[in-house]
Design a protein around this ligand. Sequence first.
Ligand SMILES: O=P(O)(O)OC[C@H]1O[C@H](OP(=O)(O)OP(=O)(O)O)[C@H](O)[C@@H]1O
Ligand SMILES: Nc1nc2[nH]cnc2c(=O)[nH]1
Ligand SMILES: [Mg+2]
Length: 156
Amino acid sequence: MAQHYFTVTWDQLHRDAKALSWRLHALGPWVGVVAITRGGLIPAAIIARELECRLIETVSVVTYDDENLGQPQVVKPPAAAGDGEGWLIVDDLVDTGTTAKLVRSLLPKAHFATVYAKAAGKPLVDTFITEVSQDTWILFPWDTEPQFVAPVARQG
Ligand SMILES: O=P(O)(O)OC[C@H]1O[C@H](OP(=O)(O)OP(=O)(O)O)[C@H](O)[C@@H]1O
Ligand SMILES: Nc1nc2[nH]cnc2c(=O)[nH]1
Ligand SMILES: [Mg+2]
């Protein structure tokens, strides 16, 4: 289990994905966006909206079972992006870089962008916005919900 958690709200994710869009706009134009499902779907939707890009492809890779790293499985390969030339790959984050390495091998000429990056995966990403320490687990809004927390005086 991770030592720390970094909770990302919908607002923060939207803000960070828009910041990423500004950087990517300066590097375009792009043929289309390849979202790495599932985590890349919402960042890809925000970025595609900002870049006015209507062509969206998906590649589905399963690498984790909850917080446990496994062997990456390609559940669905990208159908229409060729060798990736002119395409933008979007994922929510890179951690170990396992998923990024596999997707890069499928689309070697594409540009790889993530919203968040940990140190081990950073060398595999072309553009990202926020670095998060390696011992931290990022909690996305779709993984969490607001709930009651006991007052400090009642905790330990
Ligand atoms: O750099 P890595 O160590 O490979 O980790 C990053 C990947 O792990 C998560 O996906 P996950 O396998 O949990 O699937 P999901 O996107 O469907 O939740 C995340 O969305 C990235 O795709
Ligand atoms: N939600 C989430 N998925 C991950 N997959 C690999 N690292 C992470 C992380 O920090 N948070
Ligand atoms: Mg993923």
